[in-house]
Design a protein around this ligand. Structure first.
Ligand SMILES: Nc1nc2c([nH]c(=O)n2[C@H]2C[C@H](O)[C@@H](COP(=O)(O)OP(=O)(O)OP(=O)(O)O)O2)c(=O)[nH]1
Length: 147
């Protein structure tokens, strides 16, 4: 049992045949600043489900409405283990309303940058990013889904 439930979105450019997915560069805390992650956050007690939490977090952080597709199942029912007794459930998703503020258009407080990452070349571009270490197996699982 993990104390903190985190949820994350692997936002795809196309739900069936994705060429790119979205990565977000964290702005805080200082220990994670500059590292890349899946947009999302902590599920709140007010969220009826993890899916609701993920849609809410992405509306708040990215100002877009997501449709969720499939879960990228982790090794545990609570998803993928992170640090500090937290685990993250991750879904693939697409944007159904709103515009992503890419690159330096992004002016929210949570991230330094949002970037589309190409999935071609066996995911080399994704692997080259400095991910939060706990996210690396999730990135591999995402790439494997569409290989
Ligand atoms: N959102 C997100 N958080 C991740 C990922 N990988 C990872 O280890 N984490 C960690 C970082 C944080 O300790 C925690 C999520 O917290 P958060 O700061 O994003 O959540 P939140 O928006 O609800 O934040 P807050 O209100 O508590 O500041 O999970 C990831 O891919 N996405």
């Amino acid at each position: 049992m993990f104390r903190t439930q985190v949820v994350g979105a692997a936002v795809l450019d196309d739900p069936e045949n994705p060429a790119r997915f979205l990565a977000a560069q964290r702005a805080y805390p200082e220990t994670l600043r500059g590292m890349w992650e899946f947009p999302g956050g902590k599920a709140d007690p007010e969220d009826a489900t993890c899916q609701d939490a993920l849609i809410r977090e992405c509306a708040e952080e990215l100002d877009v409405d997501l449709r969720l597709h499939q879960e990228i199942p982790g090794p545990h029912p609570q998803g993928w283990p992170l640090k500090d007794s937290a685990a993250m459930r991750v879904w693939t998703a697409t944007v159904v309303d709103g515009e992503l503020m890419l690159g330096h258009q992004y002016d929210g407080a949570d991230h330094l940058e949002l970037r589309w990452i190409p999935m071609e070349d066996a995911g080399q571009a994704a692997r080259d990013l400095e991910w939060i270490p706990a996210d690396r197996p999730i990135v591999e699982a995402l790439l494997a889904l569409y290989r």
